[in-house]
Design a protein around this ligand. Structure first.
Ligand SMILES: Cc1cc2nc3c(=O)[nH]c(=O)nc-3n(C[C@H](O)[C@H](O)[C@H](O)COP(=O)(O)OP(=O)(O)OC[C@H]3O[C@@H](n4cnc5c(N)ncnc54)[C@H](O)[C@@H]3O)c2cc1C
Length: 436
């Protein structure tokens, strides 16, 4: 029977990931005043991995999560671990030069390696499988695939890449919906909630103090920032804000004003037979098409088809997620019989105007850092952001400074107007995408 919960309830949504979560620890509520070197707000990949990186450097760290570890996008996403950071980074050439562009491109490779390394070093059980494909729906996408392939080769990308035209695409996907594809054996897919919880356990082992149900309600800036929660407070030398799309506007309007939350949704079918799996996804890869309103899908470790898409910008969730996603699934795999949908859920993606992750320091302070706005491509980039913040705190800020030097627009109109604005903007981009 389909399990449904409100997408924004205080508990984890009833996703496939929650149904298949590993045994894990619950962390306490902060109920005292503590002092640490670094306080982190947000218990998703950004916050947890910043905690790990800094604890490894000898900092004392406390992490505050408003709900539960991995409650946000990190525990709900498509689980696709894909190379690259940002979208169309060429747009920043005038700001950061060729060296900056090359550095971000290489960090887009390194980000995936950090995730893999964390999983293998700490033996995190999260179903990592290698193999990912970009899918082309129109000739323009095939041109883009060829360009990407050439750029990746030129940059020395060390994993196997292969381009498939329509006549060969059956090697990777049993669908006639696409013109072609490019596979990348360096990218892949995983169980994101188990990764987040496994990483939280690593942080704890390193001495990080983790608190759940402990929302940061206010920040007092100064030489030693103070973060106040309902029942406690943390005084720190450095503060890292990693609440991403869930940070809201009030805690720190400077970063709240630069990010727009957008809903993305997923469903998981009943387990498929092994012959159905072999027919539709013979090499167990993850897939995403190259349109703006993209479909993304893969198989779970128990052979369910996890199918996602449907970006919404209005702040309202679809009334029936699976009914909205099913037509897209049928378009891609019309050969599948009607399937029972066992889980549906959604979460908030944080999007900035230029779709580059925002990694920086608050302008009026020297000790408050932030990482957010991964635009739906954050499983890898969050891990890189964490490393860059740790580098900056240990006086090796060159790579951090590339991101910090990029200007990010503040959306006009405050929170009330931001979603309608994005809705209008995205509608325009989708229209252009459809027409080109
Ligand atoms: C449905 C969906 C599918 C996606 N699919 C993919 C994918 O397949 N591949 C990919 O690369 N990316 C994907 N993404 C994007 C990716 O999940 C995110 O970029 C990434 O998880 C962001 O991690 P984060 O730690 O920055 O934010 P989050 O994981 O959202 O964590 C932020 C946390 O901060 C907490 N918080 C906020 N404010 C406060 C406060 N005041 N006090 C304390 N805690 C606070 C929140 O409760 C939340 O748990 C997807 C996102 C969604 C929503």
């Amino acid at each position: 029977m389909l399990t449904k919960t409100a997408v924004h309830s205080d508990n984890y949504p009833a996703s496939l990931y929650v149904a298949t979560v590993n045994k894990h620890e619950n962390y306490p509520i902060l109920q005292e005043a503590i002092e640490v070197d670094v306080a982190i707000v947000g218990g998703g990949f950004s916050g947890i991995n910043t905690a790990i990186e800094l604890a490894q450097q000898g900092f004392s760290v406390a992490l505050l999560e408003a709900h539960q570890i991995g409650w946000g996008a990190s525990g709900r996403n498509g689980g696709q671990l894909i190379r690259g950071i940002g979208h169309n980074i060429e747009q920043f050439r005038s700001q950061i030069g060729s060296e900056g562009i090359d550095a971000i491109t290489r960090m887009g490779f390194e980000a995936v390696d950090i995730v893999k390394e964390r999983i293998t070093t700490h033996n995190i059980d999260c179903d990592l499988r290698l193999g990912y494909c970009d899918l082309a729906l129109k000739p323009k996408h095939m041109d883009g695939i060829q360009e990407d392939y050439d750029d990746l080769k030129r940059m020395g990308y060390r994993h196997k890449l292969k381009i498939y035209d329509k006549s060969a695409i059956h090697e990777v996907i049993g669908s006639r919906h696409y013109l072609g594809a490019m596979s990348d054996m360096g990218s892949g897919h995983l169980h994101p909630l188990n990764l987040a919880l496994g990483e939280a356990a690593v942080a704890k082992q390193l001495g990080v103090q983790l608190y759940e149900h402990s929302a940061a309600l206010s920040i007092t800036k100064g030489a030693k920032p103070v973060v106040t929660t309902a029942q406690g407070q943390v005084t720190c030398q450095f503060l890292v804000l990693a609440g991403n799309a869930y940070i809201g506007h009030k805690l720190e309007p400077y970063i709240g004003g630069k990010i727009l939350p957008a809903g993305s949704y997923l469903m998981a079918t009943e387990p498929l037979t092994s012959s159905q799996c072999a027919d539709i996804i013979p090499q167990n890869m993850a897939f995403a098409d190259l349109s703006i309103a993209l479909d993304y899908f893969r198989l779970s470790s128990d052979n369910r088809l996890i199918f996602g898409g449907l970006c919404t910008y209005s702040g309202k969730d679809p009334s029936d997620i699976s009914a909205s996603l099913l037509p897209n699934l049928r378009k891609v795999f019309p050969q599948l019989p009607p399937l029972r949908i066992d889980y549906e859920w959604g979460g908030m993606i944080g999007i900035g105007a230029n779709r580059l992750p925002q990694i920086g320091r608050l302008p009026d302070t020297h000790n408050i850092y932030f990482a957010q706005a991964y635009a739906g491509h954050g499983v890898n980039a969050t891990h890189m952001a964490a490393k860059l913040i740790a580098e900056a705190l240990t006086m090796q800020a060159q790579r951090f400074d590339i991101f910090d030097s990029i200007k990010h627009m503040t959306f006009p109109g405050g929170p009330a107007l931001r979603s309608p604005l994005l809705a209008a903007g995205m509608l325009y981009h989708r229209l252009l995408d459809k027409l080109s």
